[in-house]
Design a protein around this ligand. Structure first.
Ligand code: 5AD
Ligand code: SF4
Length: 469
């Protein structure tokens, strides 16, 4: 086994992931990089030799969590050192990228700060930490501060990361695009993830094949601006997302394909047609619009108005009539009036949004929005968020209720909260629970939906149980 050291000891790494699915994918890739160095996964910091916090910088709350977690890790590290052992602490992800030097200053117990584009260099960074530890053990009083790697390297990490090793419960993420050039005025992503980059199509298709061979029946293609994908194709042409979807859909054994997160500006005719033509492309699309007010969309630098979004929704529904739409909304962007907010509420109704993530605007240092006048008071943001979430809650419940009585394929992912209960996802990404055996996990079964709740549905497996793959 590769996760046993030459001295017979097994090293353990605990990776805590905050934020988006891109970070979930990256955390798995970091585990893959660390495995050949002898690291097996542990399920908590107490049993780990190395802890990696894979952080999120999108809103203030997410960032601040990192510092309190680092305080707890420092205490574990001090305790270990008293016992003659150690704990290596690494901070990865978008907070690492944005606040690298600040992290090391605020929390000297941190050994490594590594930005999202440099994970393939983790082995060198760990070797550097080991050299410093040796100097400290030799009695050198100042072994040096934490090791920082937050450059955007010329090479792509994707060319240097090992192939994905495992698939959980039949479902896998596949990162195809990173970074963003759109510079929405509220958003840190163009600064933390860098310029838009698309992986070459051949390497994406090869990874999709590996994932299917490793047991994936569902793949979700990931990117901060996934539908802006424009990778070099094996034929010398530039491939768009729709071209890539059509190629991946050919892989034998793959039964579900999804992509996220899209931008309304990059939803072209070809991609809309893919929703009509590619049966394994699931009838669910996450299409963040952020606001329903033309004035606010303009101030956000979104590059489109409310009509563009609503027209897109109509065209998508014409292509795939059973399509469910989800979105992201920000309330309380600087200058947002009651009328602007009302426009957002009407857009949610008109667009028939089935579910959404919604947030209070968070002022992020370094973004143009942070400097705008007309910052909205916290109590107004709270009230708008509550009203918006109530409306979305109703629409989600209605959407779920409309599926009761239907029989749908469910991909099972994990045990439910109650004994004997299994939890899975419908094609519309609804959580569905049934009474069933653990052997359902990672498989698709037909389920008759019997009851709808705000956030889930209950159902019964339709006998005879068959895997619909
Ligand atoms: N404040 C609040 N929400 C934000 N998002 C991004 N930046 C901010 C911010 N500064 C939200 C957007 C985006 C989602 C991932 O996070 O809705 O689509
Ligand atoms: Fe952020 Fe806008 Fe880029 Fe999305 S499109 S990552 S919200 S800057």
């Amino acid at each position: 086994m590769t996760d046993v050291r030459a001295d017979g000891q097994r090293k353990r790494v605990f990776i805590r992931t905050y934020g988006c699915q891109m970070n979930v994918y990256d955390s798995d890739r970091m585990a893959d990089v660390l495995r050949p160095l002898g690291y097996a996964l542990s399920d908590g910091p107490e049993s780990a030799d190395l802890v990696v916090l894979n952080t999120c910088h999108i809103r203030e709350k997410a960032s601040e969590k990192v510092y309190s977690e680092l305080g707890r890790l420092r205490d574990i590290k001090l305790e270990r050192r008293r016992e003659g052992a150690d704990l290596t602490i690494a901070v990865a992800g978008c907070v690492a990228q944005a606040e690298g030097a600040e992290i090391v200053r605020r929390q000297p117990a941190v050994d490594i700060v590594v930005g999202p584009q440099a994970y393939h260099r983790l082995p060198q960074l760990l070797a550097e930490v080991e050299r410093k530890a040796a100097r400290r053990r030799a009695g050198k009083p100042f072994p040096g501060a934490g090791v920082l790697d937050t450059e955007f390297p010329a090479e792509s990490k994707f060319d240097h990361l090992p192939a994905p090793l495992g698939v959980r419960a039949g479902s896998a993420f596949l990162s195809i695009q990173e970074g963003c050039d759109k510079f929405c005025t509220f958003c840190v992503v163009p600064y933390t993830r860098g310029a838009e980059y698309s992986r070459p199509a051949a390497s994406v298709v090869a990874e999709a094949r590996q994932l299917v061979a490793a047991g994936a029946i569902e793949i979700t293609l990931l990117g901060q601006n996934v539908n802006a994908y424009h990778g070099d194709g094996p034929d010398g042409a530039t491939w768009t997302l729709s071209r890539l979807i059509r190629a991946i859909a050919e892989i034998d054994g793959l039964v579900r394909l999804r992509y996220t997160t899209s931008h309304p500006r990059d939803m072209d005719d070809e991609l809309i047609a893919a929703h009509r033509d590619v049966p394994i492309l699931m009838p669910y699309l996450h299409l963040p619009v952020q606001s329903g007010s033309d004035r606010i969309l303009e101030a956000m630098n979104r590059g489109h108005g409310r009509d563009h979004f609503l027209r897109l929704v109509d065209r998508l529904r014409a292509a795939r009539p059973d399509l469910a739409l989800s979105s992201d909304f920000i309330v309380g962007f600087p200058g947002e009036t009651d009328t602007d907010f009302d426009d957002t509420m009407r857009l949610i109704e008109q667009g028939g949004i089935a579910s959404a993530f919604s947030f209070k605007y968070s002022r992020r240092p370094g973004t143009p929005g942070a400097l705008l006048e007309g910052q909205v008071p916290e109590n107004v943001k709270d009230a708008r968020l509550a009203a918006l979430q109530a409306l979305l809650g109703h629409q989600q419940q209605d959407f779920n209720t409309a599926k009761v009585g239907h029989t749908v394929p469910v991909l099972f992912a994990e045990p439910g909260r109650r004994p004997g209960q299994m939890l899975g996802k419908s094609p519309w990404l609804q959580s569905v629970h049934v009474a069933g055996p653990a052997s359902l996990i990672g498989r698709i079964a037909e389920v008759r939906l019997t009851a709808a709740f705000a956030l889930s549905l209950a159902g019964e497996i339709v006998p005879p149980f068959e895997v619909a793959a």
